[in-house]
Design a protein around this ligand. Structure first.
Ligand SMILES: NCCCNCCCCCC(=O)CS
Ligand SMILES: [Zn+2]
Length: 663
């Protein structure tokens, strides 16, 4: 199934007709540079092009009032002066004779995308639209927005397809207060937004944009606001919020559809956001959402005003939706104190509504940075032109290797659909063979074992050379196989391997202190107390059969560790007898492809070959099936994981979830 791209140059046919410093950034070129970048990079050709359509009045009335619609309907016939006066009644908007037409196309584009995804014609997709939507309200335009494209899409999806749970992820740098107002009392729509706030001195200065606006009545808990109280937030801040706030809650919620209010004014160089996250981060944010809702992800453009940053970020998003491997995240470091405060506050505010946040540390442990007293004054109002020009490196080219998934199997085993069987006939370099015999086979002449190990070496080398993206291997002795890969990979100077062992069993013996290998073991009990600090055992009372326990460990520990470790290879090992369900296993296999440019090698023990085909599906880029709404993790497990997290904080900064965590 493909990735939809919805774009029509008709939506460039309106613009600002008078002087207004606040609106001048919202130019038609935003759409043309984005689309042209997709065409130039060849990404547009790999997408399924879907035509736009005008939304009907009935669809607009799903969210907006008749009075408001009747007002907007009059704009095509207005003079410039009348348009100007009309706009004055709203906050930070402008109108043009063509605005109404374009606003109906923007809504229609979003609905076309939702239809094609929910009818299974495409897997996911992106709608490049303007005007944006997330600020507009039932009775008012606001912040360049006329109709609330994403809010209408959510309501439309519920009504037409009977969806019970829709997740809206708003990564735009502004708070989509319009969306919040629509759904704050609605438990079927979980709205997540981060936004520049600076304790309300940033536009639109709303108290209800703060972290304590958690929803109302039946909707308490279903509105999540992460305020950025400083500018300059980085990739590390963004990933920390996804791992420690959004994703655990999103998996507990288990949405049937993910709508993204994809605004790129949160990217570096944007005059509105003034943040420092680079365009490649949107590849990771997108990837981390793609195993939710069975992969049904609809991204709808909101803001984004630096044309270079915008077009690069749009390309990063679409390339990930297409399934291409993610770029390795550049030099991640500790989230900043302000971001940690925000994470701490929002986790605390939601601790009663989401069991995955039940243990969130209370706020007494540190003094929240005080809100400025008195009425908010506009943040130092310099127009975007006199902002100093920001530069950043062009995102690295992301090339998909010629073979996506290779399989190392015994001769009689059937090769899963879509995988390429690895020919072990390749002559193994006699020196390597000698080392393997000496290190792993105690010299015995077991040619079968030797060919299996040499096959693993070949697999690993083909990944390093980008001849294949990922692979799976069915082996007889999984501990030996793991040790063999670890040894081979860590021989090269700047290679690092993240070993994820799922289920109980011995960690590979040759893990050294040199941080070239990091082992995270998710199992039911402490085997022997791990002596070296690069071997991290996560213990769950019920072992890997505990879905919410495993998910808690994945987002709270494994992914932050993985991102910070930044491996060149991920080795995912399914220990024999691990009771992990295929669903959880596929989630893991899918999510871990966000690391190491997607180079994931999965090891399966001969006796477990029933999980070969689900593994292959995930390695081939199929979204993992939804896990269902998650139960609360066991309190004992949560305490153990919290203790482990605090112990690891000294070495791993992305594990922090509160400002008090440092030191
Ligand atoms: N530069 C500080 C002044 C803030 N003005 C805000 C104007 C509305 C922005 C709306 C928007 O970007 C939609 S995504
Ligand atoms: Zn915005």
């Amino acid at each position: 199934m493909g990735t939809a791209l919805i774009y029509d140059e008709e939506m460039t046919s309106y613009k600002l007709l008078w002087d207004d410093p606040e609106c001048e950034v919202e130019v038609p070129e935003r759409l043309t540079v984005s689309y042209e970048a997709l065409v130039r990079s060849g990404l547009a050709d790999h997408c399924v092009s879907i035509p736009v359509r005008e939304a009907t009045e009935e669809e607009i009335l799903l969210i907006h009032s008749e009075e408001y619609l009747e007002k907007v309907k009059k704009t095509p016939h207005m003079s410039v002066q009348e348009l100007k006066d009309f706009a004055l009644q709203f906050n930070a908007v402008y109108f043009h004779p063509n605005s109404y037409h374009c606003a109906k196309l923007a809504v229609g584009a979003a609905l076309q995308l939702v239809d094609h995804v929910l009818m299974g014609k495409v897997r996911n997709g992106m709608a490049l639209v303007r005007p944006p939507g997330h600020h507009s309200m039932r009775d008012a335009a606001c912040g360049f927005c006329t109709f609330n494209n994403v809010a209408i899409a959510a309501q439309y999806a519920k009504q037409k397809y009977g969806l019970k749970r829709v997740l809206i992820v708003d990564w735009d740098i502004h708070h989509g207060q319009g969306v919040q107002y629509c759904f704050e009392d609605d438990p079927s729509v979980l709205y997540f937004s981060w936004h520049r706030y600076e304790h309300s001195i940033f536009w639109p200065h709303l108290p209800e944009s703060d972290y304590d606006a958690v929803g109302k009545d039946k909707g308490v808990g279903f509105n999540i606001n992460v305020p950025w109280n400083k500018v300059g937030m980085t990739n590390s801040d963004f990933l920390s919020v996804f791992c420690h706030v959004l994703l655990p809650v999103a998996y507990e919620f288990c949405p049937e559809l993910v709508l993204v209010s994809a605004g790129y004014d949160s990217g570096i160089g944007d005059p509105e956001g003034e943040m420092c996250a680079t365009p490649d981060i949107f590849a990771h944010l997108t990837h981390l959402l793609m195993n939710l809702a069975g992969g049904k992800v609809c991204a709808v453009l909101e803001g984004g005003y630096n044309l270079t940053s915008l077009s690069q970020s749009v390309c990063q998003t679409v390339q990930t939706l297409l399934g291409d491997p993610n770029p390795r995240p550049e030099n991640l470091r500790s989230p900043c104190q302000s971001a940690l405060e925000s994470i701490h506050c929002v986790r605390w505010a939601h601790r009663r509504y989401w069991s995955c946040l039940g243990h969130a540390a209370d706020l007494s442990s540190f003094q929240i940075s005080t809100k400025p007293s008195g009425s908010p004054k506009e943040a130092g109002e310099s127009t975007w032109k006199d902002k100093v020009a920001v530069v950043w490196p062009e995102p690295v080219k992301r090339v998909a290797p010629p073979v996506r998934t290779a399989a190392l199997l015994s001769d009689e085993a059937v090769c899963p659909e879509g995988c390429k069987r690895l020919a072990t006939s390749d002559k193994l370099d006699p020196r390597v063979a000698g080392k393997l015999r000496e290190n792993f086979l105690e010299g015995e002449g077991d040619s079968e074992a030797l060919s299996a190990l040499s096959g693993l070496i070949t697999l690993t080398e083909k990944m390093e050379k980008d001849e294949i993206l990922n692979g799976l291997a069915v082996v007889r002795d999984i501990t030996m196989a793991t040790a063999c890969v670890v040894q081979h990979v860590t021989m090269a100077p700047n290679n690092r391997v993240l070993v994820v062992c799922v289920g109980d069993g011995e960690a590979p013996s040759n893990i050294t202190e040199d941080r070239k290998a990091l082992v995270v073991r998710i199992g039911s009990r402490e085997t022997k107390q791990s002596k070296c600090k690069n071997d991290i055992p996560v213990c769950l009372k019920k072992g890997c059969a505990d879905v919410s326990g495993v998910i808690q460990a994945v987002f709270g520990l494994l992914l932050p560790l993985g991102y910070e470790f930044d491996p060149s290879l991920v080795l995912l090992v399914r220990m024999p007898g691990s009771e992990v369900s295929d669903g959880v296993w596929q989630q893991l296999t899918g999510l871990l492809q966000c690391l190491a440019q997607g180079h994931v090698l999965v090891l399966i023990q001969e006796c477990e070959k029933s999980c070969v085909s689900p593994t292959a599906c995930s390695l081939l880029g199929e979204p993992a099936p939804p896990l269902g709404q998650l139960q609360a993790p066991l309190p004992q497990d949560v305490e153990d994981m919290e203790r482990l997290r605090r112990k690891l904080l000294a070495d791993w900064t992305l594990l922090q979830t509160t400002a008090a965590d440092t030191g």
